[in-house]
Design a protein around this ligand. Structure first.
Ligand code: SF4
Ligand code: SF4
Length: 285
């Protein structure tokens, strides 16, 4: 098994992995999207809204603003998110107040246009937790005409992408096979059609032969195979070589998203193992 870093930045991580089952990488991908918790605005109390935007639209725009949650990882992992989610459901068994207090952060947004039109941006949201605030301050929320005003009380809640995409810390989480490109030199007449059509510029003619420049960039679209007049080229997926790519909304670092998805997957597997052990003990006794 081996791992090679293709990209590692505050926006994205891309890994080249050999020998890891695709099902495991797919689980990491799905946990990144659906199970890693973050904060997002979930309740909006409209005190005043004389803008042209409907209350519902305003609330939706606020909900979709990614909130920085990196500095609150311990809190994110210490609450039972499944319990927090009941707050948004029509459930009789609502969590107790002390559970809710751990889960919510109060925020406020007040703005008014006097003589000129004003655009209200995300950096005007005031949070009672200095660490949990909009990732980007330049997200436009609403335009106020002269004389218009908004005054909103907001509550940000811990949640998961499983419930709503606004909580997903990963904007992109993909796995894909690495390709193997086979070229039969005896059949190839160097017409260059495959080079021309390749959307990822993977192929090149160099020294009288077709060369594969960056096989990991190949997206296995097989356009080169289709256009080849002599059937000299073939592209297949390699089952044990894969790319895992995770891009962040900014709520969590990409490295944190992968680390937490592994931690949550490990927890789920451990509880499944516990359950099986208990059943086994029960059958024996
Ligand atoms: S399969 Fe698509 S991306 Fe890959 S080499 Fe052929 S044309 Fe290029
Ligand atoms: S399209 Fe086929 S024949 Fe033409 S250069 Fe590519 S591999 Fe060779």
């Amino acid at each position: 098994m081996s791992v090679e870093v293709r990209e590692w930045s505050s926006e994205a991580i891309e890994l080249y992995l050999e020998g890891f089952p695709l099902s495991l990488l797919n689980a990491i991908r799905r946990y990144s999207m659906a199970k890693v918790p973050t904060y997002a605005i979930d309740e909006v109390t409209i005190v005043v809204n004389t803008s042209a935007m409907f209350d519902e639209m305003l609330s939706h725009r606020l909900a979709m603003i990614p909130l920085r949650s990196e500095e609150s990882i311990n809190k994110l992992l210490s609450v039972d998110v499944a319990l927090c989610e009941k707050c948004s459901l029509d459930s009789e068994e609502k969590p107790s107040k002390d559970v809710c207090d751990k889960c919510f952060i109060n925020m406020f947004l007040e703005a008014e246009a006097h003589d000129e039109e004003v655009t209200v941006y995300s950096d005007e949201i005031k949070s009672e937790d200095p660490y949990v605030k909009p990732v980007y301050g330049n997200i436009p929320i609403v335009i106020l005409a002269p004389g218009q005003q908004i005054s909103l009380e907001l509550r940000a809640r811990i949640g998961r992408g499983l419930e709503h995409a606004k909580w997903s810390p990963a904007t992109v989480a993909i796995t894909r096979n690495v390709a193997e490109i086979k070229i039969d030199k005896d059949l190839c007449n160097l017409c260059g059609k495959c080079v021309e059509i390749c959307p990822k510029k993977v192929l090149n003619i160099d020294g009288g032969v077709i060369k594969v420049e960056r096989v990991t960039d190949c997206i296995v679209c097989k356009q080169c195979v289709v256009i080849c007049p002599t059937k000299a080229i073939d592209v297949v997926n390699l089952e044990d070589k894969n790319i895992l790519r995770v891009e962040s909304s900014g709520a969590l670092e990409p490295e944190t998203i992968i680390r937490l998805s592994l931690e949550l997957l490990r927890r789920d597997l451990a509880s499944l193992q516990d359950f099986i052990e208990k059943v086994k003990r029960g059958v024996k006794s």
